[in-house]
Design a protein around this ligand. Structure first.
Ligand code: ATP
Length: 585
């Protein structure tokens, strides 16, 4: 079942925006004051030009030329002041925007890193990738530039309207009334655009998910000839994206048309109404010049407003998906970090990936310190799920998995560091991240020294090839760097385990996917890592079980047999049956 990550509602997004404004109120106030001064300088220019018109159309005397020169100097000073203030405001706004965007990005990555695994698995990686990629990109421009631009637009509009009223109360209605026609168009647009953009982003996430999953599982898709089916799924998703994009485009066209009319109408109305008033001697030519220039000045912020209203809607929809990631409730609460004694103990544990569908039923299992326990059973019986419970990856739906003496501490009550010191899971996935070898290893323990990294590589038999790398531990590995072989990648994964130094290890078929020549050296590396630890090996190959101290047989989510290989064989039950089937090939 695919359950998407939550999407925050408008109130939660507004709360987050208010929080951001509060955190950066000093910088926002500085930008606002500077942009307000720039807007005042800008509306001052038409006012002075109007005075110049009045000066030359009025009675000309000996002082007129001198006064004209003085006004020209004022116009130039206002223009220079406006340019300087705008530049300064823009610079401060950009710095602020970059800072806020970086904070948002870090917070999103932090929330994503701590999402419960079960939530990510159920939502699909596409949804999360969409939020950390496309959604973050959609808000980038608005946060980095938009906030200051919107501030400039609002301040410019308010200052122009105020200046028009002050210049000529009779003329200003011709500027204000046509401008107000924009409001119903904008509010109509906002009502329909937000849900449309939200749906569009969700559909894009679907497309991203299908593409990522197909690329990720390319070998399986190829092997089973699933290419055509995957294409059909992608086509269906793209058709839905296309129709939502088309609808959003139609909304945008209506808005652009309305704003275009709304920005042009004041110019015509001011000139026409001004001509009528001037004919009746109610206003001067200078006042008409000033207010007409204001009407022309309005056109730029109004047309820019179209762009930013649209960007704000996309960003608002993206922001609700980004804030949504923070709303996922944690599946654990770290309360205790010190544990001593016993390895994990499973008490009455049941687990359901989907509510009401238990895949483990009331399981009890007590590990003996230092033992090797093999978990065997048919495919789908719940072995891996039990392994994940023992490693503290999923909290049990019912029951407890504890470590330590006495009553024990729930694995889910441990901090991440404390949990990794108690138990770790080794799977077949040995991802090498695109960064230095040292950083790859320090994922396990951030404070490990170079000497400790080298020792960990030594333990897993990787010291020799690591020393041969051009920059040693600082060599870039993974995509774009030195490509490690599957065997080396596994050694890196095992070296991480050495650095974590967990008391118990859960191996989920750790070496079964490697080719036999690699598997032999990998097993040697693995043996070195296992020494001195309690080990739970989830095994497909029953020779692993024969070599273990005890074997747990899992059938239909229950441990039906538990004991040493020889005892279970002699008992002639489920294990004996599995063993006979395995031996006969
Ligand atoms: N992420 C998941 N979401 C939903 N169901 C799951 C998930 N992972 C496993 N299951 C189901 O839980 C049951 C137990 O699966 P599990 O992988 O634990 O079995 P297994 O014994 O390890 O199987 P195998 O030997 O094939 O790996 C199966 O029915 C499986 O389909």
């Amino acid at each position: 079942m695919n359950r998407r990550l939550p999407v925050a509602d408008g109130a939660a997004v507004r709360r987050r925006a208010v929080e951001l404004v509060r955190e950066h109120r000093g910088a926002i106030a500085a930008v606002t004051i500077i942009q307000l001064l720039a807007a005042l300088a800008s509306v001052g220019i038409p006012r002075v030009l109007g005075s110049m018109v009045d000066l030359v159309t009025g009675a000309v005397d000996a002082n007129t030329a001198g006064r004209l020169q003085g006004l020209i100097v004022v116009v130039i000073a206002l223009a220079v002041g406006n340019a300087a203030l705008t530049g300064c405001g823009e610079y401060l706004a950009r710095v602020l925007g970059e800072r806020v965007f970086a904070e948002l990005r870090e917070r999103l990555v932090g929330s994503a890193m701590h999402l419960p695994l079960s939530v990510v698995e159920s939502a699909g990686t596409g949804d999360l990738l969409g939020r950390t990629g496309r959604d973050l990109d959609s808000i980038r421009n608005v946060v980095q530039r938009g906030v200051s631009q919107i501030l400039v637009i609002v301040l410019t509009l308010l200052t122009i309207v105020a200046a028009a009223v002050i210049t000529s109360p009779q003329l200003s209605p011709a500027l204000i009334i046509p401008l107000l026609t924009i409001l119903p168009a904008a509010s109509w647009y906002l009502r329909y655009a937000v849900p449309a953009y939200r749906a569009m982003n969700a559909m894009w996430a679907e497309v991203d998910g299908v593409v990522a999953e197909t690329a990720d599982q390319a070998v399986t898709v190829d092997a089973h000839g699933l290419g055509a089916r995957r294409n059909r799924i992608l086509d269906r998703a793209m058709i839905e994206v296309w129709s939502t994009e088309q609808y959003a485009l139609w909304l945008r066209i209506v808005l652009i048309t309305a704003l275009g009319l709304g920005s042009f109408a004041p110019v015509i109305a001011v000139v026409a109404w001004g001509a009528w008033l001037a004919g009746h001697g109610a206003v001067s030519l200078g006042a008409i010049t000033t207010v007409s220039l204001y009407a022309v000045q309005l056109r730029t912020p109004v047309s820019e407003m179209t762009f930013w209203i649209d960007s704000l809607q996309t960003a608002g929809a993206a922001m609700s998906r980004i804030v949504g990631v923070e709303l996922v409730a944690p599946d654990r609460q770290a309360t205790s970090s010190t544990v001593t004694g016993r390895p994990p103990r499973v008490c009455g544990v049941s687990y359901a990936y989907l509510p009401g569908h238990d895949v483990l039923h009331d399981v009890d299992l007590e590990l003996i310190p230092g033992e090797r326990l093999a978990v065997v059973g048919p495919s789908g019986s719940g072995k891996s799920t039990l392994g994940r419970m023992l490693a503290g990856i999923h909290p049990p739906t019912r029951g407890r998995v504890t470590v330590g003496d006495g009553d024990g501490v729930d694995l889910t009550a441990l901090t991440e560091d404390a949990l990794h010191h108690e138990v770790a899971l080794v799977t077949q996935e040995h991802h090498v991240f695109a960064c230095s070898l040292a950083d790859n290893l320090r994922l396990a323990r951030t404070d490990a020294t170079d000497a400790e990294l080298e020792r960990a590589l030594e333990v897993v038999g990787a010291a020799e090839w690591a020393r041969g790398l051009s920059d040693g531990l600082d060599t870039l590995v993974g995509a774009g760097g030195v490509q490690l072989t599957p065997g080396q990648a596994q050694q890196v994964a095992l070296a991480r385990i050495v650095l974590m130094d967990p008391a118990t290890l859960v191996l989920d078929e750790a070496t079964s996917l490697l080719d036999p020549s690699v598997a032999r050296s990998a097993e040697r590396s693995l043996d070195a890592v296992l020494a001195g630890r309690t080990v739970v090996a989830i095994a497909h190959r029953l020779d692993t079980a024969a070599a273990a101290d005890r074997v747990a047989v899992v059938i239909d989510g229950r441990i039906v047999e538990l004991g040493p290989h020889a005892e279970l064989l002699a008992a002639g039950g489920e294990y004996a049956r599995l063993w006979r089937a395995w031996v006969s090939g």
